[in-house]
Design a protein around this ligand. Structure first.
Ligand SMILES: *[C@@H]1O[C@H](CO)[C@@H](O)[C@H](O)[C@H]1NC(C)=O
Ligand SMILES: *[C@@H]1O[C@H](CO)[C@@H](O)[C@H](O)[C@H]1NC(C)=O
Length: 431
């Protein structure tokens, strides 16, 4: 009996010893590194920072919930960066913050912006959504817009194997050409990696005897690098946009291709999509005929994508396509008009595309297979993993923004999110 009492007592004693530790452990895990801002302190806080990251979120948004622990972890790591990088969040669903959200053109959640220079410059965050990726991307974004390349190893690491990298070769790091290059790097820094060097011999591809000024764009597709020598800022920007777009954008499970898929959907061009089983017999012959056609029509307002049927279930649901229709081409105009050729063979491609360009292919009308599915847009959208619905009141009433995972990669994290308008046409995509 006495033994039992003392055991109980011992436990109580032990508990009382442990309790304070538990509480303090909880307290420290509750410390938030992400700054919570609202309409009352937003401008004040932002104006005090040269560099601050702001996430506009809504409590009901699934992607926001998934991002939250990663964003917090990144904020905790970046709080000890030199200088510290501050990550903040605003609940854009709160009535009192809605003006703020519309001021930042928040159309979907989460919207993450990088604010520089006390909030004077705003750039969309286009980096990854997991902690380590966020940290790397923001470290780069908070440093200089263009990195100096001083050795061949640095050049190889900088250029990498699966992204676009832009390197300016200069005889000296001053002068109007260098200033214009730097201005462009600042403008496009959230989209591309910019570097500069005094020595073209350090670069892995291209003529190594040039002394510059010349801009060399490296890319993981097509001709692998392109040189450009016009340093007019607008001309440089056009060059970068055009040369960084693949002749045929590839959609498969490879996440490094996804930024190009996003670019494809955001292009103002008509969009031609070939869906095919990449591993099926004859796929290469069809892809190569399609590529020839793409070379021919790329300057004529059409963008081209080839998607592996294995990775494109989301797109199949969205467009109302069936697997037994592959290989197929679907062309979509920005007004939603569609042109469709199922079960095609390699030889059909040039003739069908020519007929399409000449206006001799009839667009789908409501009685035909694809729009039949489109008659029930909600069903189609739900089928394509409808994630979040944003209701935004605008001047003309309500706008509906549907975010859906258009394509399924092998990991949902790499899904591409597209906003649709009321007519369920894609109006913009992001990673
Ligand atoms: C620099 O860019 C400005 C603006 O585009 C342009 O007027 C100027 O000619 C450019 N300088 C050079 C050397 O190309
Ligand atoms: C693609 O083709 C391969 C090889 O013929 C086959 O094993 C696979 O099931 C096909 N996938 C689809 C989705 O049809």
């Amino acid at each position: 009996m006495a033994g039992t009492v003392s055991t109980c007592f011992f436990f109580v004693f032990l508990l009382s010893l442990l309790l304070p530790f538990q509480i303090s452990a909880e307290e420290s895990s509750e410390k938030e590194f992400v700054l919570t801002l609202d309409h009352s302190n937003f401008h004040d806080t932002v104006s005090k920072h040269d560099f601050i990251v702001v996430e506009f979120y809504a409590p009901w948004c699934g992607h926001c919930k998934k991002l939250a622990p990663e964003y917090e972890k990144a904020a905790s790591i970046l709080s000890s960066h030199d200088p510290p990088i501050v990550l903040a969040k605003v609940d854009a669903n709160e009535e009192k913050n809605k003006d703020l959200a519309s001021q930042y053109d928040v159309k979907g959640f989460p919207t993450i912006n990088i604010l520089r220079n006390g909030g004077k410059n705003v750039q969309e965050y286009k980096g990854p959504r997991e902690a380590d990726g966020i940290v790397d991307y923001l470290k780069k974004q908070s440093g200089p817009a263009s990195t100096e390349i001083k050795s061949a190893d640095e050049a190889t690491a900088f250029i990498g194997e699966n992204k676009v990298a832009i390197v300016g070769v200069f005889p000296k790091f001053s002068g109007e050409e260098f200033d214009n290059f730097s201005a462009l790097a600042e403008k496009l820094r959230s989209d591309y990696d910019f570097g500069h060097t005094l020595n073209a011999k350090l670069l892995p591809r291209g003529e190594s005897s040039v002394s510059g000024p010349v801009v060399r764009l490296f890319k993981p597709f097509d001709e692998l690098f392109v040189d450009f020598q016009d340093f007019n800022v607008e001309a440089l920007e056009k060059f970068v946009e055009e040369s960084s777009t693949p002749v045929v954008t590839v959609f498969n499970n490879e996440p490094s291709n996804h930024p190009f898929v996003v670019k494809f959907f955001n292009s103002p061009n008509a969009k031609a999509m070939l869906f095919i089983n990449f591993t099926a017999e004859g796929a290469e012959a069809i892809k190569s005929k399609y590529r020839e056609a793409a070379e021919q029509y790329k300057q004529q307002g059409v963008s081209f994508l080839v998607g592996d049927v294995e990775s494109s279930q989301g797109a199949f649901q969205y467009f109302g396509l069936k697997e037994e229709q592959v290989p197929l081409i679907i062309i979509q105009h920005n007004d939603g008009k569609k042109f469709f050729k199922p079960n095609l063979e390699a030889d059909h491609i040039p003739t069908w595309l020519k007929a399409y360009k000449d206006g001799n292919v009839a667009p789908f009308v409501k009685s035909e297979p694809i729009p039949e599915t489109n008659d029930e847009p909600v069903k189609v959208v739900v089928g394509a993993s409808l994630e979040d619905i944003v209701f935004k009141s605008g001047k003309n009433g309500m706008y509906f923004f549907f975010y859906l995972v258009l394509f399924h990669g092998y990991q949902m994290d790499f899904g591409i999110h597209c906003a649709l308008n009321k007519k369920y046409h894609i109006i913009g995509c992001k990673l």
